[in-house]
Design a binder for this molecule. Sequence first.
Ligand code: ADP
Length: 812
Amino acid sequence: QPTALSGLPAGVGEALEAEGVADLYPPQEAAVEAGVLDGESLVAAVPTASGKTLIAELAMLSAIERGGKALYIVPLRALASEKKAEFERWEDHGVTVGVSTGNYDSDGEWLATRDVIVATSEKVDSLIRNGAPWIDDLTCVVSDEVHLVDDASRGPTLEVTLAKLRKVNPGLQTVALSATVGNADVIADWLDAELVESEWRPIDLRIGVHFGNAINFDDGSQREVPVDRGEEQTARLVADALDTEEDGQGGSSLVFVNSRRNAESSARKLADVTGPRLTSDERDRLRELAEEVRGVSDTDTSEDLADAVERGSAFHHAGLAAEHRSLIEDAFRDRLIKCVSATPTLAAGVNTPARRVIVRDWRRYDGEFGGMKPLDVLEIHQMCGRAGRPGLDPYGEAVLLASDADTMEELFDRYVWADAEPVRSKLAAEPALRTHVLATVASGFASTRGGLLEFLDNTLYATQTDDAGRLEAVTDSVLEYLAVNGFLERDREGGTESLSATGIGHTVSRLYLDPMSAAEMIDGLRDACAVAGDAAAGDAGVDDAASGKYERSVPGDGDEEPGFGTYSPVEGNGDGTEAASDRAGDDSADADAATADSPPEITPLGLYHLVSRTPDMYELYLKSGDRETYTEICYEREAEFLGDMPSEYEDVRFEDWLAALKTARLLEDWADEVDEDRIAERYGVGPGDIRGKVDTAEWLLRAAETLAADVDGVDGDAVLAVRRARKRVEYGVREQLLDLAGVRNVGRKRARRLYEAGVETRADLREADKGVVLGALRGRERTAERILEHAGREDPSMDGIDADRSASAAAT
Ligand code: ADP
């Protein structure tokens, strides 16, 4: 076997053997034969858990051994850290690993020193736009879960990003990992890659449908699982797996349901099944875990999750905080949590195998469809693929649920026997092309209309379509939009039409904004300044164009939240220095004065509404009764809106306006120090959603600030108002706490308690009585010391500070 693995860094073959990789799995073998160790491009379309990651590692490690550099593109932010941790075991063999997520860096220059870089496709896209110098050095790129090019909201970014990387580096080895899809050959064709396609699994998977008193499996076998009167099918199946011991232990289950609410209620119910089956040792460990869960945040979600965890059950969905998710995933892998009820997001990446997968819901509510819509075959197959833990289970079982014989037939036809759908490019849509056409021109990938079309010819869309005219038509209408809004200049001379990005167009591209968001924000700010009478009276082209073409991109999956795993907004320019000067200049007296004497003042709500109505902010949907509530608020606060409110008769636009108002109110509540729990309840969202909205608002307001400084017609007061609104949402505090909350480790709740105790500013922290500080921080000495240190106190030590005194101070 070691001979098969030549060309890897010294010691890697032995390390793999030590990990239990005695032989390559057949698809891995096929990948090696196809030349993955020699720089060949490859599409590997194989089932979940059949060793795709190792194929990627072989490609990357051999590329590095040849002196190259590799990039691993993940679909979710949560996966980036997981993959980085996985690849870090190669550091013993001299391979360095870096991860680029979030918004810590603008061009990720430090990554130039790393051999392997892990990032989401959005992050890679933004790094290219910001001119990351190491992009040119890449010799190997891996695209994980490449079948997601099919996703309407995120697929086009992956498609264009791969096309750009391949254009910059003509010899680039491209390794694309895919679930088994209907047309892997087309993907291979697009990427000029060899194809390895296989149905092989390391552990047998049996798929069946439970109906009546048995699971009927695809191989014709049956397993008796009688369901008593009044008992639920799911509960019975979870109990059955747990009661069947293999290897001295019962089997865990993963239950897929169609909404967060259902995940939570299912976890509660299934705790009645798992709870009584725990050993006393497990009960102790779970109690500890539940405490950790409670410690993550002070919310109902946290409490509900902890209650279930105590009894060996849990829920998992995109509304959870990241810490919650990883606690649950780890404990499930450690077989401590016996059953997880999850929304389909869990199926998409995170490695959480279970003995039994139960697909409880195979339909999900779809607003556009106008009712319950069956899930894609691919999605169901990916859920089923989570069944079976190699080395632990003799086989994996995936079970769909039917309540009658007809449904059982339907489920067999629709999912068990069916092949996954083919993947189809979603690039030829205006929202996708708007942003990618601007970025493609701004970062120099095309400078004429012809060059642009030629570039787009390297996408999956071009490989797949028979109708080249459609992409051209959408491209033309997008070019028109970008030109009218002042982001692009078009120059028709002779037969060629040259294209160049304007200054503001470059800024929009680097800020990673949808150009329509930028137009909306510029328009709103100019409007506010014009009303205030401060701005030069100019009727810039932006005005009409932005409002004249009102449309929104629709999120593909209500479970996905930007800023929570999918999005990678980039920092504005010159960020590091700005933060420091900000704090100094942000004293609240100055702030009050600025707002007091400009008559139609720009309020935080007005700004939150402005950013909430851009296509970059995911909508909160209006629930029943919301229309009335928000219509009322809408009229009450009409004066605060930036830009013209649509009339009630413009149905769609008015509805969108109200939905944005709902988001804006959420942000306003957050900035008014309303409890996270109250907010979650009031808007029907989870703590993870609040985080997502807050992060997105912060990013958009930062972008708005940069834009405001760049365009005509927006004055300095407006820029200040944007900055204050942004900082209030960033820290989640009122104006008076901005200074305190800016100190590291303080946060909104501690800032309030310090303020109430008379410690009102950063300067106060340097002078205050330590007992008072400790009291306000509920006697937490380490925290108090760290905070004092960050506030710049000379001697932050809490040694000898009286705990009783601090306790009594806290009581006041
Ligand atoms: P995928 O990415 O296809 O979903 P993974 O790469 O996560 O699957 O592999 C699933 C598991 O199989 C991992 O725990 C991995 O360590 C293990 N594995 C991969 N290849 C081999 C091999 N050749 N021999 C033994 N175990 C392997």
